[in-house]
Design a protein around this ligand. Structure first.
Ligand code: ADP
Ligand code: MG
Length: 456
């Protein structure tokens, strides 16, 4: 393989991964050569070696293959020539001016910032009922004023926008206050760095590094549950930063109290700040997101037309998560442009058959509880709690009834979701509703309405 070939690979990579990622991760690589189908490169640090091989190794290999180089494997070795302590530096001006993908200042130390996605900004975040609180809290933190709640804990299911919001906060802070040291990384990367520091006997450096940031964001913190020494270190980092009044932002797939194998003291620390959840999307939010995306695509694929009702159809049918929704739209536009046809309902049904099948509506007991509580204007907590007053017990029975009929859960499973009630209690509740249905017109109407709401 020649230097030119590598140069071409570099050009291609620059386009796909963006200038800043390129400067940070690819430029420092030194091509050693190719033998026996192994392309080998020198990298300056251990961290870079692991990061690049994990995140870009395969891309590099694919690009080489594309250019006709026969390569089975890409290898990275830490070169002795450069001291490992000298990391690649990205000047901060470049970072902010170009809305860069590198979050943190990487000057005086090897800050293990994970790349930020330039698309994840507040501008591109569609706000609706399910996420308005999380959005407002994120906005507040992004203003970078005095720390008013610490940590900000965002939680919610997969693909509901946690990472998007965190990146948006980082972008915004970096734009407003370029001097701030904002560090975003996943809990997995935190662990990974910590383990590496342990191995390289550089724990003090690690500690110092993490304690020197102004804003720390750790994504998907549920990952460190059960990983004892990482948890311990996280706890100390967390406390040290809180003591210095530095803002911390955490995300997880569930509420702090519900993360299994997470130490109690960490749970309670996490609950000290502001805990907000991103609810599952509703129809309006999904439609809003689709409209925004479609607008973007319409500019990208000019000439394509989108028939009325297609977005509504998708918002109605794909209820799993936003990532799937976006993926569907992306595919739809790509397909339509390929075959040069208008995007119609028929085309959508054809092209997205697998996604549509997979997201055939599955209602959960939790959703039923929420909708029923909303409908009868009672608190969700009472749905699960012990109160026996009719105004609460009746809606609870309605929710039990719907859970039995609209989900595949068994009675004991439903019981567990109703605050650990016995299956006979659930059975009794269901019977009661069946009995009343015969005589109570209002109840029948309620059930109908709720069913429709839940199926939509
Ligand atoms: P999570 O981290 O909660 O699993 P992500 O933040 O990765 O979810 O979001 C998944 C995808 O959905 C991303 O492409 C993100 O931009 C998009 N997304 C989620 N919520 C919204 C929203 N409210 N507006 C626009 N895009 C969204
Ligand atoms: Mg995420």
């Amino acid at each position: 393989m020649t230097k030119e070939t590598w140069g071409q690979v570099c050009n291609a990579l620059q386009k796909t991964i963006g200038r800043n990622n390129y400067v940070t991760w690819i430029e420092p690589l030194r091509l050693n050569g190719l033998s026996d189908g192994i392309a080998s490169f020198d990298v300056p640090t251990n961290f870079m070696r692991d990061w690049v091989s994990r995140n870009y190794g395969e891309q590099i290999r694919q690009q080489l293959i594309r250019l006709g180089v026969e390569v089975d494997r890409v290898e990275f070795t830490v070169s002795a020539a450069k001291p490992a302590a000298e990391p690649r530096r990205v000047p901060i001006e470049k970072v902010t001016r170009s809305r860069a993908k590198v979050a943190a200042r990487t000057d005086d130390a090897d800050l293990p910032a994970a790349p930020l996605d330039t698309r994840f900004t507040f501008d591109s975040f569609v706000v609706g009922k399910p996420n308005e609180l999380a959005h407002a809290a994120a906005r507040r933190v992004a203003e970078g004023g005095p720390v008013s709640f610490n940590p900000l804990f965002l939680y919610g299911g997969v693909g509901l926008g946690k990472t998007h919001l965190m990146h948006a906060i980082a972008h915004e802070l970096q734009a407003r206050q370029p001097q701030l040291r904002v560090l975003y990384l996943s809990a997995e990367q935190f662990m990974y760095r910590f383990v590496q520091a342990l191995r390289d006997k550089q724990v003090m450096d690690f500690k110092e590094l993490f304690r020197s940031v102004d804003v720390l964001m750790v994504d998907d913190v549920q990952f460190i549950a059960g990983k004892d020494s990482t948890q311990e270190e996280f706890f100390h980092t967390f406390n040290a930063l809180v003591d210095q009044n530095k803002q911390i932002i955490i995300s997880a797939d569930r509420a702090p109290g519900e993360i299994k194998d997470l130490e109690e003291r960490i749970k309670s620390r996490l609950q000290c700040g502001l805990v907000v959840d991103l609810h599952p999307t509703d129809y309006e939010l999904r439609l809003g997101i689709l409209q925004q995306k479609a607008e973007m695509y319409r500019q990208q694929y000019s000439g394509l037309t989108l028939a009325n009702g297609v977005l509504e159809f998708l918002a109605h049918r794909i209820t799993t998560n936003v990532r799937v929704l976006e993926g569907a739209l992306t595919r739809l536009f790509a397909f339509a442009s390929l075959v040069g046809r208008e995007i119609t309902l028929d085309l959508a049904q054809d092209c997205l058959a697998d996604i549509l099948r997979a997201s055939d509506r599955k209602v959960t007991v939790e959703e039923i509880q929420r909708k029923v509580a909303e409908h009868y204007n009672i608190r969700l907590a009472d749905m699960i709690g012990p109160k026996r007053a009719r105004t609460i017990a009746r809606p609870r029975q309605v929710a039990m009834y719907l859970s039995k009929h609209m989900t595949t859960r068994s009675l004991p499973e439903i019981g567990r979701r109703f605050g650990g009630r016995d299956h006979t209690t659930i059975m009794h509740g269901i019977r009661k509703v069946e009995e009343l249905k015969g005589t109570d017109g209002q109840l029948r109407e309620d059930l109908d309405l709720l069913r429709r709401l839940l199926e939509s």
